[in-house]
Write a protein that binds this ligand. Structure first.
Ligand SMILES: [Zn+2]
Length: 126
């Protein structure tokens, strides 16, 4: 179920609907190492597995690949004068973050840099 915009917390609305970015090292999942599935905070779609999370040192949760490519949309983003690829939840259109090509080479070389506020961890034992 997609949470209506007016019911979203302001910090989530600012990122998911306005394309904002949370301050580095402030997100609740930056240093989280619990096992489970990270779901979209707006609609609950499965986005990233903790198995693909790695320490990037950037201040945002980083993943080498999405749990299911069908659940995300990649869009060319030239805002802020930069040339980036935006990562979007396919189900609800929420802006999640960006994907870069400087991830761990042995895992495919991708770094999905995702805002904590857009994620909700469903722990493995729940
Ligand atoms: Zn979503």
């Amino acid at each position: 179920m997609i949470t209506p915009d007016k019911e979203l917390p302001p910090e989530l609305y600012a990122v998911a609907r306005k394309g904002g970015t949370e301050m580095p090292f402030t997100g609740k999942y930056v240093n989280n190492h619990e096992q489970g599935m990270f779901r979209c905070a707006v609609c609950g779609t499965e986005l990233f597995s903790s198995d693909t999370k790695f320490e990037s040192g950037t201040g945002w949760p980083s993943f080498t690949e999405p749990a299911n490519l069908q659940n995300i949309e990649l869009r060319h983003d030239t805002s802020d004068g930069m040339n980036r690829t935006e990562v979007i939840c396919k189900n609800c259109g929420a802006h999640l973050g960006h994907v870069f090509d400087d991830g761990p080479k042995e895992k495919g070389g991708k770094r999905y840099c995702i805002n904590s506020v857009c994620l909700e961890l469903q722990k493995k034992d729940q």
